[in-house]
Design a protein around this ligand. Structure first.
Ligand code: KMH
Ligand code: ZN
Length: 280
C-alpha cells in the first residue's frame, strides 16, 4: 500500500464531452474557468486538469486560447496547471502534441488506445513516446492517464525504455468507469494498486470514477493510499436524480471524504513538493 500522506485533489472542471447546453453550470469561458479555479483552490484542490472551449463552447485545442488559459490560471491561483493532451477523441495527434507549446507545468499523457463510449481514444505507442520525450525535454511533469490495467504495463515499458519524467517522480491517474475501459470498482482499483507496485518506488496515483462510480472510486482510492480527481469532466450527477451544481460542490465533497479518512487535502505547495513540480 502507498504511504498515507495527505490528499492531492485534482479538479477536472470541464472536459471535452459534456455540452454547455445540456450542463449550463459547465465552465467554458476563461472567466468562468478562473473563477471556478479560485474557488476550488480555496476548498482544497491543488491541481486543475484543463480542457478548453471555443467561443461557441465547443472543445478546442487552439494554441492562443491555451496560452491565455495557462496565463490566466497562473495569475489568479497557485494551482498546478495541468493541460489535457488528450483533448477530444476527434483531435489529431499534431494538435495534441502542440498543447505542450502553451507551457503548462503538467500535462496528461495517456498510456494506450481505449474504446471511449461510441468513439475510440487513440494513443499509439509512437505517439506516447513522442509526448513523454517532449515533456522530458521541456520540464513538463506528466500525469500518466490509465484507462485499463494493461496500460500500467505500457507505462513500465515506457519508463524502462525512455527514462523517468521531468522532476523524477511518477504520478498516474486511474480513469475508471469509461464505457470501454476498466470499471469503477474497488476490485479494479486494487488490481491497479498492485500493478503500481512494479513501477518506480514512490510512484503515486489518483483515481476518478466516471458517472455513478465517482463515490466508490473515491472511497477505494482513499483507503488504498491514493489521491482524488473530481469534477464535471467526469461526473454531472451529484446523487440519484440530482444534477451537480458546480465543480465546487464536488471538490467540497472530496475534501470532506479526505478529512474523514484523516488524509487532509494537501496545499498547492505540498502537492508540488510531492509531485516534483517546481514552486513558482
Ligand atoms: N477527452 C478524452 C478523449 C485527457 O484529458 O488526457 C480524453 C481525456 C484524457 O480526457
Ligand atoms: Zn481530460
Amino acid at each position: 500500500m502507498q504511504s498515507m500522506t495527505g490528499t492531492v485533489i485534482t479538479v477536472a472542471p470541464t472536459g471535452a464531452e459534456n455540452s454547455k447546453t445540456d450542463v449550463p453550470a459547465l465552465p467554458v469561458t476563461l472567466d468562468e474557468l478562473v473563477l471556478t479555479a479560485k474557488e476550488c483552490e480555496a476548498l482544497g484542490a491543488s491541481i486543475i486538469h484543463v480542457h478548453i472551449r471555443d467561443a461557441d463552447a465547443r472543445p478546442t485545442l487552439d494554441p492562443g486560447r491555451l496560452r491565455d488559459t495557462v496565463a490566466g490560471l497562473r495569475e489568479s491561483t497557485d494551482l498546478i496547471v495541468q493541460l489535457s493532451s488528450g483533448g477530444a477523441v476527434t483531435d489529431p495527434e499534431s494538435d495534441r502534441l502542440a498543447v505542450l507549446d502553451a507551457g503548462p507545468e503538467m500535462a496528461s499523457c495517456t498510456m494506450g488506445t481505449v474504446n471511449f463510449g461510441d468513439g475510440v481514444f487513440m494513443n499509439r505507442w509512437e505517439f506516447i513516446v513522442e509526448l513523454h520525450t517532449r515533456m522530458q525535454e521541456r520540464g513538463i511533469v506528466p500525469e500518466y492517464e490509465i484507462f485499463d490495467l494493461g496500460q500500467l504495463a505500457t507505462l513500465q515499458r515506457l519508463l524502462g525504455k525512455h527514462g523517468l519524467p521531468a522532476g523524477g517522480h511518477v504520478h498516474v491517474d486511474l480513469v475508471m468507469g469509461v464505457p470501454g475501459g476498466m470499471p469503477g470498482t474497488t476490485a479494479a482499483l486494487v488490481a491497479c494498486e498492485q500493478a503500481i507496485r512494479d513501477l518506480p518506488a514512490g510512484t503515486t496515483f489518483s483515481a476518478t470514477g466516471i458517472g455513478r462510480s465517482t463515490i466508490p472510486v473515491m472511497l477505494a482510492s482513499l483507503s488504498a493510499g491514493g489521491h482524488l480527481r473530481v469534477g464535471m469532466e467526469d461526473t454531472v450527477t451529484y446523487a440519484k436524480g440530482q444534477s451537480v451544481d458546480s465543480n465546487m460542490q464536488l471538490v467540497a465533497r472530496a475534501a470532506g471524504f479526505a478529512e474523514l479518512a484523516q488524509r487532509s487535502p494537501l496545499t498547492t505547495r505540498e502537492a508540488r513538493a510531492l509531485l516534483g513540480v517546481p514552486t513558482r
